[in-house]
Design a protein. Structure first.
Length: 299
């Protein structure tokens, strides 16, 4: 293993609150990049020197060395930066699928999302921008808000607003500049999710992929009756397992994302690189509020 990030889902697995729990004793980490140092005599798709990422969750990437089956790994094309490869398998894939699988979006359409500064949020901004889709990005108010707004706009965000701004009547003015979204992406839950629903188009879809507020999604009756909105959930691990017999679909998605990286249209989230021996500091920092930098363990 060369590098592996710390994601909220990794922490949840350790806490025992995630939907997938490893058999103990276990190695933490669901994502990362490694380099093949040796292969068995029947391996055909990989050779020593290849950079690889896990094809599924639960392999345990927070370690220096591992032995995996060939089918559990995906080969990276040349020229992919290490931080991009290390963070490719979860957040960009989640963003890609949510933008592709729930509504048919075309250039000029808009998407609204909360947790816009998260790893998924940053990937949504960049993938949507590459497709010509407008993004309305909702973030929590914070002391360095302007710096965050500038960072997200540099990635291609069209509009960045706080949750408080979205609740104000003036928020209607925003939709004079962009069409009302058909798709809302919810990684927070609670009141933040309810606000996204208010601004969805008739028959629009809200996809929930996270619940960082630890609050339930509350749906106004009027949104269901008068707007006929659809509420869906998405979990990348389940998608991978549902498509376990269709590896071409997974490889095609990874190839599309790698193409965007090569074209400079998709970058890794803001990262803080930490030597593996300092993992305790990295774990603490990954759980601090308002931290937009993803902790990357370097092996």
């Amino acid at each position: 293993m060369i590098a592996a990030p710390i994601n909220p889902s990794d922490i949840n697995m350790i806490q025992g609150t995630y939907a997938v729990l490893a058999d103990l004793p276990a190695v933490g980490g669901n994502e990362g990049v490694g380099q093949v140092v040796g292969v068995g005599s029947h391996v055909t798709s990989l050779k020593p020197g290849d950079l690889v990422i896990p094809a599924d969750a639960g392999l345990g990437t927070w370690r220096t060395e591992a032995t995996f089956s060939e089918e559990n790994l995906l080969k990276m094309p040349p020229g992919i930066p290490l931080t991009c490869a290390a963070t490719l398998g979860v957040n960009p894939c989640t963003a890609y699928r949510m933008l592709s699988d729930f509504e048919t979006l075309k250039p000029g359409d808009s998407v609204i999302q909360n947790a816009a500064n998260s790893g998924v949020g940053q990937a949504v901004i960049q993938i949507a921008a590459a497709k010509g889709i407008k993004t309305i990005n909702v973030v929590r108010d914070r002391p360095d808000l302007q710096r965050l707004v500038e960072r997200l706009k540099s990635l291609g965000a069209d509009h960045v607003i706080t949750e408080e701004m979205l609740r104000k009547p003036e928020a209607k003015d925003l939709f004079k500049k962009v069409p009302k979204p058909m798709l809302a992406l919810n990684g927070v839950g609670g009141k933040s999710a309810t606000e996204l629903l208010r601004h969805l188009q008739h028959k629009g879809t809200m996809v929930t992929y996270g619940g960082m507020s630890k609050q339930p999604v509350t749906v106004p009756v009027s949104a269901l009756i008068f707007k006929n909105v659809k509420l869906r959930g998405f979990w990348m691990t389940q998608w991978k397992r549902d498509n376990v017999q269709n590896k071409d679909k997974l490889r095609g998605m990874v190839a599309d994302l790698c193409s965007l990286i090569h074209q400079g249209q998709l970058t890794a989230p803001t990262c803080q690189e930490v030597p593996l021996e300092d993992y305790q500091t990295a774990l603490k920092d990954s759980m601090k509020p308002y931290i937009s930098a993803k902790q990357i363990l370097l092996m």
